[in-house]
Design a protein around this ligand. Structure first.
Ligand SMILES: C[S@@+](CC[C@H](N)C(=O)[O-])C[C@H]1O[C@@H](n2cnc3c(N)ncnc32)[C@H](O)[C@@H]1O
Length: 304
């Protein structure tokens, strides 16, 4: 959030809606966590982007009044500690990936672990195809929230409700994805929830489906260890997040990315913080004893 945005967890005049709906279980819950941060950015005084879908989800779940920033401190399964620790991480990766995807000009976008990503609703992507791959419950929540808010996608959005452990390539192609044409693949906030075997399988499937000219936008994080456990802000949201982290890809991840056929150039979160003049939380800032996060906007390497 920008400096003059309402402080997360300090807006006691923003009650949780009386008709609160249950939050999703398991790893799907993490999609609400990051959507809440985009909603807070969207509703700040000087937002870096607007995200009407994230706002709609907050209202639908009863986590905020319409047009009001979510109030993390009183949410079921508190999110204030995690949000405090992450600083502007979600805003930074949103800005970086929005820019990369826009610059790519690719008109087939596949969001892996799409969760409550609102790009199909908020980017000026009329005519672009956006395929959203995630477990069914998370995608259903998104559609219910959008319907309740009367929100329509701008892009040609296609839901692909399937677990990444299943045969999602077949489901994606059946949904209209064309593997003969280049695509932009996005794995934002995803690989930390996959084991090494799951991450390797995802990468080899992505490679098999990638025509020349495709790009891969992926976030990879170094394991946090006990950094969040020790944080003064530790709460139920922190513990819930830690319980679903698997950290599949090895770090530093450059050789792993290249080994899967993609150019290994990356920006770190700290570099994005400098570029967009936003705060990086201490646990994610190596200069203050934190871990690294890398953001790849990779080109497909020539096939060997
Ligand atoms: C932190 S959220 C990120 C969502 C979205 N990419 C974003 O940045 O807003 C992680 C997402 O990965 C999804 N996910 C994790 N493991 C998955 C799996 N095995 N199959 C499908 N989706 C998965 C979760 O359901 C969740 O929506």
């Amino acid at each position: 959030m920008s400096e003059n945005s309402p402080a997360i967890g300090s807006t006691p005049d923003t009650p949780i809606g009386a008709g609160s709906r249950p939050l999703p279980d398991g790893v799907e819950w993490t999609a609400v966590l990051v959507a809440a941060q985009r909603a807070a950015e969207s509703l700040s005084q000087t937002p870096a982007f607007r995200d009407p879908l994230a706002e709609a989800v907050m209202t639908y779940l009863g986590l905020a009044e319409p047009g009001r920033a979510p109030h993390f401190a009183t949410m079921p399964g508190q999110m204030s500690g995690m949000t405090e620790a992450m600083g502007d991480l979600v805003t930074l990766r949103t800005l970086y990936l929005d820019e990369a995807l826009t610059r790519s000009g690719l008109d087939q976008v596949v969001l892996l672990g799409a969760g409550l990503d609102g790009r199909a609703y908020r980017m000026p992507w009329t005519g672009r195809r956006v395929f959203e791959v995630d477990r069914p419950a998370g995608l259903a929540l998104k559609e219910q929230a959008a319907d309740a808010a009367g929100l329509s996608a701008v892009a040609r959005r296609t839901s692909v409700p399937v677990d990444l452990a299943e045969d999602w390539p077949q489901a994606l192609v059946a949904a209209g994805f064309d593997p003969a044409r280049p695509a932009a693949w996005v794995a934002e906030g995803l690989t930390v929830y996959l084991t090494r075997a799951e991450a390797d399988l995802m990468m080899s499937r992505v490679h098999d489906l990638s025509a020349p000219g495709s790009r891969l936008c992926v976030e990879i994080a170094q394991p946090l260890g006990t950094r969040l456990d020790d944080a003064a802000t530790s709460d139920a949201g922190v513990h819930r997040t830690l319980s679903v982290l698997r950290y599949g890809p090895p770090t530093p991840p450059h050789d792993w990315i290249a080994g899967h056929g993609w150019s290994p150039d990356a920006s770190t979160l700290a570099e994005l913080g400098d570029r967009y003049h936003r705060k990086v939380g201490t646990p994610f800032d190596p200069a203050r004893g934190g871990v690294n996060l890398w953001y790849f906007n990779a080109e497909l390497l020539p096939r060997r």
